[in-house]
Design a protein around this ligand. Structure first.
Ligand SMILES: NC(=O)C1=CN([C@@H]2O[C@H](COP(=O)(O)OP(=O)(O)OC[C@H]3O[C@@H](n4cnc5c(N)ncnc54)[C@H](O)[C@@H]3O)[C@@H](O)[C@H]2O)C=CC1
Ligand SMILES: O=C(CO)COP(=O)(O)O
Length: 357
């Protein structure tokens, strides 16, 4: 498990609870030492007792020696350098599963494409779903999708299908895995949901309630569908755990760091003061740029993501940007027929500050 933050530790907990030996790599030797000494990762999952079977280490060679599979769980922006760092010590041919969510900013690659470029000769997949780390570590009933490209005849054979093997390794107690062969669809769901969660947070923080959230979730799923399809994935995949499921989770609670960032911004808190100034991994903030750049490049309209990107990175005014989002031309749902009618009152502003929740 490469990454001993909250999600890497939670996934290590799931696997170890199911009887697997897990090497948990932390980039900080002091943290690795503390995990081994105390049986807890107090920095990220305080008061969660780690099961036997987890050994923390800050040495990549030790972490990967004899490994049967590797899960990569550091923030998406660190993925390429992480791949480069493990290349010399990675056992030949072992499957690599991504548990981080995003699109690479410079290239617009899905994360699996980054791994394929840096680490040829390894089959690459992903584990995504509605999975807050703490709840997962505490064994609350949780479901996620394990996606690898695989052939129909291999699907049931753990010897030949990394998806089946990893799904079986993760499943047990509260954790239940599903299997998919649509890696693109699963990755798109995970990357885009964080950006939409920021939008939901912004509108909740600004005082709007359930209608607004439901509209953003539903239209957000449509943005995911279009991007997934344009990249060669399947539209229906994003209605599963890694798209609609994860979006429902992260748009429902400020336990989500993405939702929480949006909520604070919606309340008018300046970015540097959000999270009381603490550095927090908010994937949707970086990915608002990478997702919208990618979508523009391949002509996929993603108006909610573009709105978030403009507010976060181009200094757009939140109220004006959401008013413009709501007053876009009237379109068909679903967008199978091309239709666009001029909005009758595009200048009528949304009623920010007048809500009665
Ligand atoms: N926390 C959660 O509930 C879930 C998180 N994820 C995804 O997992 C990924 C990791 O997130 P979390 O574990 O939550 O973050 P976190 O903030 O809890 O931990 C991040 C970890 O990455 C390490 N790290 C940071 N910069 C690094 C670098 N340059 N090189 C190597 N390691 C570095 C940190 O030391 C830390 O161990 C993200 O893509 C996130 O979207 C996915 C599902 C659930
Ligand atoms: O991806 C997550 C749950 O599935 C965690 O969401 P946040 O990164 O917004 O906290």
């Amino acid at each position: 498990m490469l990454g001993a933050g909250s999600w890497g530790t939670a996934l290590a907990t799931v696997l170890a609870r199911n009887g697997h030996d897990v090497r948990l790599w932390s980039r900080r030797p002091d943290q690795a030492q503390r995990i081994n000494d105390t049986g807890e990762n107090a920095d990220y999952l305080p008061d969660v007792t780690l099961p036997r079977g987890i050994t923390a280490t800050a040495d990549l060679g030790q972490a990967l020696d004899g490994a049967e599979a590797v899960l990569m769980v550091t923030p998406s922006a660190t993925l390429r350098p992480m791949c480069q760092a493990i290349a010399p010590v990675l056992p030949e041919g072992i499957p690599i599963a991504l548990a981080c969510k995003g699109v690479e900013r410079r290239t617009g690659y899905l994360l699996s494409e980054v791994v394929a470029e840096e680490l040829p000769g390894h089959v690459v997949g992903a584990v995504n779903g509605p999975t807050f780390a703490r709840e997962t570590a505490l064994d609350h009933p949780t479901a996620a999708t394990v996606a690898f490209p695989f052939s129909y005849s291999d699907r049931l054979n753990p010897e030949t299908s990394p998806a089946a093997r990893l799904a079986l390794s993760l499943s047990g107690g509260g954790f239940r895995a599903y299997v998919s062969d649509d890696l693109v669809g699963v990755e798109v769901g995970g990357a885009v949901k964080n950006v939409i969660a920021i939008a939901c947070g912004m509108m909740s923080g600004a005082g709007f309630a359930e209608n607004t959230r439901a509209a953003l979730i539903t239209r957000g799923i449509d943005e995911m569908k279009q991007l997934a399809q344009a990249l060669g994935g399947r539209r229906e995949t994003v209605t599963g755990l890694s798209g609609a499921g994860d979006l429902t989770l992260t748009c429902s609670s400020t336990t989500s760091r993405n939702m929480s960032l949006g909520y604070q911004l919606g309340q008018g808190i300046p970015r540097p003061s959000c999270f009381e100034g603490r550095p927090v991994v908010v994937e949707g903030e970086v990915n608002a740029v990478s997702v919208t750049d990618l979508a523009k490049r391949i002509n996929v309209p993603m108006p909610i993501c573009e709105t978030v990107q403009a507010i976060l990175h181009e200094g757009a005014d939140l109220q004006e940007a959401f008013t413009a989002l709501w007053a876009r031309p009237i379109e068909a749902e679903p967008q199978t027929m091309q239709m666009s009618l001029e909005h009758p009152s595009p200048d009528l502003p949304l009623q920010f500050g007048a809500s009665d929740q």
